[in-house]
Design a protein around this ligand. Structure first.
Ligand SMILES: [Zn+2]
Length: 342
């Protein structure tokens, strides 16, 4: 397939996104607009100056700037605008279904009550489902650099909205914050009916992936790059079909890989892993989902069959029903045969 042709194929194939932090979709332009509306002065003078500051060396430096951005979000309207901006973008990239992470503790610490940010996000989802036809689920993440008591408190505050949240996750600084720290919170959340996922093996050691699987009983591994170093673990996650939500441009920007040519995605596909590609924090990492797939296709010389597999994996790995999966997999097949004939 010609280069142009495969780019078009990637852009138009129906797909799902499963690793996306809504706070990480905050584009500098919108951040400035909302800061102005809320009379908050940013320490950057212009959009360009802010963009220039997005030059991190590691996860912690990125998180520092990410939290500065989150502080301008105050009202329900702010969260609505943030969410609608992402969903509009996603829909334009032929994302049919997306499972969005949000970080309650970030907003609670900024003095925004749970119902304010939650209703802003949720109302945007309802509107987007109607207007754009995109399907959305929400996953609430605990910040792992905070303690267990804070996670428990967040879990309690989420209960009035329980039916609108499909799962719980674990994000923020991985090193020094092992999954074990949140074992009891996850146990309780699973009792409430939340689906558990967790970031593991991004910067942290492979042991954290084992812990997240065994102690937190996660159904999906966010990142999981380090499982490449453990053949036993790889065969286990292949056997149990535990998906990985990989984020190539994030890995590049945070120097988890030095070059996309070293990215383990192809290795995972060759080992029968349900690997998926996602954008993580696209406003900060230089690309939304299609840009991620294009970058990794070029670096790893992925073929059309790999792209089809990634699209199918994205639906297989999602938390939608078996019937819905069948529907979306059918859309992928229909797209592929139609693309062949044009
Ligand atoms: Zn992430």
């Amino acid at each position: 397939m010609e280069d142009n042709n495969i780019v078009e194929f990637i852009c138009k194939i129906p797909k799902a996104e499963l690793h996306l932090h809504i706070e990480g979709t905050f584009e500098p332009e919108l951040m400035f607009k909302i800061a102005e509306r809320n009379h908050i002065k940013l320490k950057y003078q212009s959009v360009d100056e802010l963009k220039a500051a997005y030059n991190f060396n590691n996860l912690q430096e990125f998180l520092d700037i990410y939290y500065i951005g989150s502080r301008v979000l105050k009202t329900e309207q702010d969260f609505y605008d943030l969410t609608m901006a992402y969903l509009t973008k996603a829909s334009g990239q032929h994302i049919m279904h997306t499972e969005i992470f949000f970080d309650p503790q970030t907003h609670l610490e900024n003095g925004v009550p749970f119902p304010v940010f939650f209703n802003g996000i949720y109302n945007a989802i309802m509107a987007a489902e109607k207007v754009l036809g995109i399907r959305v689920e929400l996953i609430m993440c605990f910040l792992r650099h905070l303690d267990e008591a804070s996670a428990f408190d967040t879990l309690e505050q989420s209960l009035p909205f329980k039916d609108k949240i499909i799962g719980i996750g674990l994000d923020s600084s991985e090193k020094g914050n092992p999954p074990e720290k949140f074992r009891r919170v996850f146990e309780k959340a699973v009792q409430y009916g939340f689906m558990p996922v967790a970031h593991a093996g991004e910067e942290g050691p492979v042991d954290y992936i084992h812990e997240a699987l065994e102690l937190l009983k996660i159904k999906r591994i966010d990142h999981g790059n380090r499982s490449k170093d453990d053949a036993h673990l790889l065969s286990k996650i292949a056997l149990h079909k535990i998906p990985l939500t990989l984020c190539p441009l994030s890995n590049l920007k945070l120097q988890v890989v030095k070059d996309l040519k070293e990215h383990p995605l192809k290795h995972f596909l060759d080992n029968d892993i349900v690997a998926t590609v996602n954008s993580d924090d696209p406003a900060y990492f230089g690309g939304y989902l299609n840009e991620n797939i294009i970058a990794v296709q070029q670096a790893l010389n992925l073929q059309k069959d790999d792209i089809i597999r990634l699209a199918k994996n994205s639906f297989e790995a999602s938390f939608i029903s078996a019937e819905q999966k069948k529907h979306y997999l059918g859309l992928v097949d229909a797209f592929v045969s139609e693309f062949k004939s044009h």
